[in-house]
Design a protein around this ligand. Sequence first.
Ligand code: NAD
Length: 437
Amino acid sequence: MTRLSVIGTGYLGTTHAACMASLGHEVAAFDVDAERIKALSSGNLPFYEPGLAELLRAGLETGKLKFVTDLSEAMSGSNIHFLCVGTPQADKTGKSDLSQIEQAISSMVHFLKPGDTIVGKSTVPVGTAKTIREFLEINFQSEVKLVWNPEFLREGLAVKDTLHPDRIVLGVKNKEDSKVIEQVYQATIKEGTPVIVTDFATAELVKSAANAFLATKISFINAFSDLCDSVGADITTLADAIGYDSRIGRKFLNAGIGFGGGCLPKDIRSLKSRADELGLSAQFKFLDEVDEINQTRRTKVLQLAIEQLGNISNKQIAILGASFKPNSDDIRDSPALTIATELHKLGAKVKVHDPVAIPAVNRYFPELGTSLTIEEAFEDADLILHLTEWTEYQAIDPIHLRNLVKSPLIIDGRNVLEPASWVSAGWKIIYLGKPSS
Ligand code: NAD
């Protein structure tokens, strides 16, 4: 087993560190956020991710996993350093802010030793790895290697995706540089996971292309959802029917309020901005459309709410879901919270419910009302908005909740609630891209 360091303990770094420890490696994880390190060292996960808290505690108990505030301590016992810091959007151009990468590398330089390998996992614009590699060559000749190993985990399924990924992509300058990482991922590779060893630029672009494709698929179906609305067609049946075609596939074809989170939106903007820099604006203009279609989904729900309620002011609106996706408390660029905030600005009395994200909502959106139970959210509501696809909401008993609301009206922003039980309980249910019931 190998000794590893992990630099940056956000969603990606914490998951990676705990999963690598669960495979038997000795992992020392470092972050500049001392509070975060303190929480993690005591076994407290600062965010919600199914199965991760258990791995974290198991790693701490066996001593395979430790969290430190001293970078030299993290790096000294190890030759492999996973770089997992954030790469948020820098500005309106969509460019990536690479300052966390730059700061991490310039701090790591003091503790790198000949024979070390840095493994970049953060999502970066194409060309970044080459720049880092050149910087390392200037400082260490060829003594310190770089591998770019983009991460494809999905929040909510992060543990499974880290331990059993669909593929492992390793961008390298020399083929043999990948061997040391293949050793770290040996258990996964033995399961038959494909390993793609390629150059830096291809590795970086695999990640950008995967996210751009997924975002495009979502906006594609959402554009069709509007078309279905205008002609009275049904987007779910349409998606099922085209999804049977194995060239298309059914996944990522659920029409609704669109995508959000800390990755897809910023990643497609970063790709577009990089393509602009490379003189390929025309070829990648479609990503602006993908982004715009996605943003309009949020406005569409607002318009529907206004159509149904007339004047929004003082209307009581329950919002089901705050996180950008189920099984996560990540509220970064959450469509549900954009909608909740806009309704609040229009004078509505908003009550947000979420199975796990309420502490994050209270912290970052203190202006919004929140409810700890679904019943409390429904009480006296003029309208219910179902905005995040938690299974809890699909299990709601519409008969019981019918008695709590002022008006039995629900907009299903995810198109997953079964119409029969809601309608027979006396509710009007409005979908996006399919006839209301
Ligand atoms: P995050 O913001 O949750 O975590 C980043 C962490 O890095 C923070 O804890 C921050 O304090 C720390 N950090 C910043 N500068 C540092 C430094 N100099 N040294 C050490 N630590 C430092 O971000 P995240 O969601 O974990 O994403 C990290 C990267 O992984 C991004 O590039 C993202 O695009 C990519 N990614 C994320 C996911 C995901 O689902 N979250 C999936 C795939 C790829």
